[in-house]
Write a protein that binds this ligand. Structure first.
Ligand code: SF4
Length: 259
């Protein structure tokens, strides 16, 4: 498929999904640090397990930079145990705090005030931070304009013939960013402009609104935010790993025609 056709199709996905489901209220968190902890904990586990670990940290008032800085490693492991790989994840959270303290005096504000590429580069150097985690942190905690590519996104693209195989992370990210950036222009549909006609009976927002989902952000970061949440909705409800439930999926009209 030619590049322009791929970009048009991705813009079509956005319009169709947003028309059907409206805002998805990502990321479900009360603070930027909670987004960061969630981005680490969600690796290789379901979000429901992450919620249990976050609730444990919150219940003892440790869901903060200060809290994770001072809690003994063993106690942190115990609290985040429901998220799986808890020893590895506890160590990685401590590594993030060390990085934040040493480079930015413990200030997320100072970290995220740096240029996107510079922060991304630094995050990718940290143990346990791959491109998806780095971009989740940048987009949802830092409000930087980067698109998050996850397994759902790749699966949909492959099934629709946009990607021949798994695809390189950076190539897919750049494709989405080139495709979606015009939607942040004033003439394009904005998220607020098409919330009226949500299809009945289809999944609405993945999460209730939260402090972070409602945080002030640019039009571009809002489009990237929504698109990621909408594709997660497709992956969870229709485009499952084991089976594609195309009937009723808002992206069914975009399926390639069989020759
Ligand atoms: S479920 Fe079917 S229509 Fe929906 S994204 Fe997957 S392949 Fe496309």
């Amino acid at each position: 498929m030619l590049d322009d056709a791929r970009k048009n199709q991705i813009r079509g996905y956005y319009r169709a999904l947003f028309q059907a489901w409206g805002p998805q209220n990502w990321w479900p968190a009360r603070s930027r640090f909670e987004v960061i902890v969630g981005a680490y904990l969600t690796q290789n586990t379901a979000w429901t397990n992450v919620e249990k670990a976050l609730a444990n940290l919150r219940s003892v008032r440790l869901l903060s930079v200060k809290g994770v800085r001072h809690v003994p490693l063993g106690e942190l492991e115990r609290l985040i145990r429901p998220s799986g790989y808890f020893r590895q994840k506890a160590k990685r959270l401590k590594t993030f705090i060390n990085f934040l303290d040493q480079r930015y005096g413990g200030s997320l504000q100072r970290l995220f005030s740096r240029p996107t590429a510079a922060v991304r580069e630094e995050l990718l150097q940290l143990n346990g931070v791959g491109p998806e985690t780095a971009d989740s942190i940048l987009l949802y905690a830092g409000n930087h304009p980067v698109f998050v590519v996850d397994a759902y996104t790749r699966r949909i693209l492959v099934r629709h013939g946009i990607l021949p195989g798994k695809g390189d992370y950076e190539d897919v990210r750049e494709l989405f960013e080139r495709a979606l950036s015009p939607l942040a222009e004033p003439v394009a549909d904005s998220p607020e402009s098409s919330t009226q006609n949500l299809a009945p009976g289809l999944p609405s927002a993945m999460h209730p609104p939260s402090a972070m989902s409602a945080a002030k952000r640019t039009a571009l970061t809002q489009v990237y935010n929504e698109m990621h949440g909408l594709l997660v909705g497709v992956g969870k409800n229709y485009c499952r790993k084991s089976q594609a439930l195309c009937g009723g999926c808002p992206l069914q009209p975009f399926l390639p025609r069989l020759k």
